[in-house]
Design a protein around this ligand. Structure first.
Ligand SMILES: *Cc1c(COP(=O)(O)O)cnc(C)c1O
Length: 361
């Protein structure tokens, strides 16, 4: 049996260092917003190429608080890709705004910049490019649209730690960028965690207050904040793993290259271009008979996942909330996509085995 993911095995190389760090923090007795969080914020901002980083409790809060830091008028329209993970859309709703869906580019699965302009109205305030599966969106085009229409850009980089376009990483393009450190992400903690990067000192200050009850000075609350803090233990673990993030991404690229070279043409593979450094948060293929393929692989002992089986505008929770627009491209992706095993814990032999089985389908 070939597992889709094994987080214990993935974290095993870091375990001894995590244990030392845990003992250090436990003995120090300072557990919330201390040195580890500050150091991680500095190191992660530097890694991304951003001026500031603010740690928060998870990726959803990173998105929601980024929107709140912008202080847009209530019910502003925010452009999001139609095939994103639901978190992006929930963040817009939680911040009191209106998500407006834009269809993806069927080749990259990312927001199609050519379809953005038609969705911009007088109420539009921001574009949220989601770097889905670990590949950056067409950021130069999105930046020029934002400039032309005076919109803010909030990147959802929850799947794109270390991903780059022409050498410029996720987190260094938008006005604000939200990251998640959920355990399965390329930079994953041993629990929940998130962060926002920005070059704007005012946004960074607002985020620091928002995550901590709206307070910059203890017991004085200038804003209606929340409790959304990255804790010291997770920050300590993330500092350790961050040192290996490039190695993790390189390993995933090496495994992806095997799929790219081995898989026959009946499987639609990720589009590659030299200017994009894809970090393969997941490796997906598309096939018209996706469900039969998934079952076949399961029978052969290979576990797979679907990212994602249901389009956001078809989710029960969003019925009556999202405008009922046709999103045929997003639906085509949801209907045909299949995620193959590919993680830091997999070997080249594992991937070659999957390829061998796939060739017999
Ligand atoms: C994981 C993810 C999030 C949410 O992160 P959490 O830490 O689980 O809240 C947001 N957007 C995308 C695209 C994600 O993949």
């Amino acid at each position: 049996m070939l597992e889709y993911e094994n987080l214990a095995r993935l974290n095993a190389p870091f375990l001894a260092q995590y244990q030392d760090k845990f003992a250090e923090i436990a003995q120090k007795g300072w557990y919330i917003l201390g040195n580890e969080v500050s150091l991680f914020e500095r190191e992660f901002a530097d890694y991304c190429g951003a001026r500031y980083c603010v740690g928060v409790a998870n990726g959803l809060d990173a998105l929601t608080l980024s929107l709140r830091a912008c202080a847009f008028p209530p019910q502003s329209e925010i452009l999001v890709p139609a095939n994103t993970y639901i978190a992006t859309i929930l963040a817009v709703l939680q911040a009191g705004h209106i998500p407006v869906l834009v269809e993806p580019d069927i080749r990259t699965y990312n927001l199609d910049d050519k379809l953005v302009e038609a969705k911009i109205t007088a109420k539009t305030k921001a574009i949220m490019p989601v770097h889905l599966y670990g590949r950056l969106c067409a950021m130069p085009e999105i930046l020029s649209l934002a400039q032309k229409y005076q919109l803010k850009i909030i990147e959802d980089a929850a799947q794109a730690h270390g991903a780059a376009l022409n050498g410029r990483r996720a987190g260094a393009w938008g006005d604000l960028t939200a990251f998640s450190f959920y355990p399965t992400k390329n930079l994953g903690a041993l629990g929940d965690g998130g962060a926002v990067t920005t070059d704007n000192a005012e946004y960074a200050e607002r985020l620091k207050a928002l995550r901590n009850y709206g307070s910059s000075q203890k017991y004085y609350n200038a804003m209606l904040g929340v409790n959304s803090r990255l804790d010291e233990v997770q920050a300590g673990f993330l500092r350790i793993k961050l040192k290996s993030l490039d190695k993790i991404n390189a390993h995933k690229n090496k495994l992806a290259a095997i799929y790219q070279a081995e898989l026959p043409g009946q499987f639609i593979k990720p589009w590659v271009a030299p200017e994009y450094y894809h970090v393969y948060h997941i490796y997906n293929i598309r096939h018209p008979e996706r469900d039969r393929l998934k079952k076949y692989l399961a029978q052969q002992g290979i576990k797979t996942e679907i990212h994602y089986p249901v389009a956001p505008n078809k989710q029960q929770a969003l019925r009556g909330i999202l405008a009922q627009l046709a999103t045929p491209l997003a639906e085509e992706i949801h209907r045909t996509t299949l995620t193959l095993p590919l993680s830091y814990a997999h070997t080249e032999t594992d991937i070659l085995h999957v390829c061998k089985i796939l060739k017999k389908f």
